[in-house]
Design a protein around this ligand. Sequence first.
Ligand SMILES: [Zn+2]
Length: 182
Amino acid sequence: MSTRTHARSIHFIKKRADAILSELNIRSLPVKIEDVAKALGLRVTPFAFDDDISGVLVIENEQGYIGYNQNESRVRRRFTIAHECGHYALHSTESKMFMDKGFNAIFRSRQSGLTEETQVLEREANTFAAYILMPDHLLKKEIDQIDFDLGSEDDIKNLAKVFDVSSQAMYYRILNSGLLRF
Ligand SMILES: [Zn+2]
């Protein structure tokens, strides 16, 4: 694995996700993440992993495979597939194997037991997942349509339902999006 100490900018990752979405002409919600993975050339397979493994990405002979934990909730499975797509789109020159354990702390800036470099890659894959599942222009449209209140659990929950993501993922996506004016 090559070493990289600096992180890619959110802008770079967002542009990569947007380019993939527009190439695939994805405009409706929720984003069909398995179709995105397939369009990237990835094979996606459910597995009965041990509880703490959410997903894996393996690249072998130029072919990428995503395995996801079939026992997790749908929003978790969707996020896992999106996260592995992120590793593939951003990190395939850096490693051919990613194994992801529990995304309970997905938006924590630091995860214990991971090297600095791994934490950078994990954060980047999470950012990619957030932008591919909750594309900027579609999120902006939805937020504009309702009188959105970040403090309202119902607003977050409803928006999360539209995008088929967890409320937590939606909350952090909006918080970090710059879409809200305070
Ligand atoms: Zn990962």
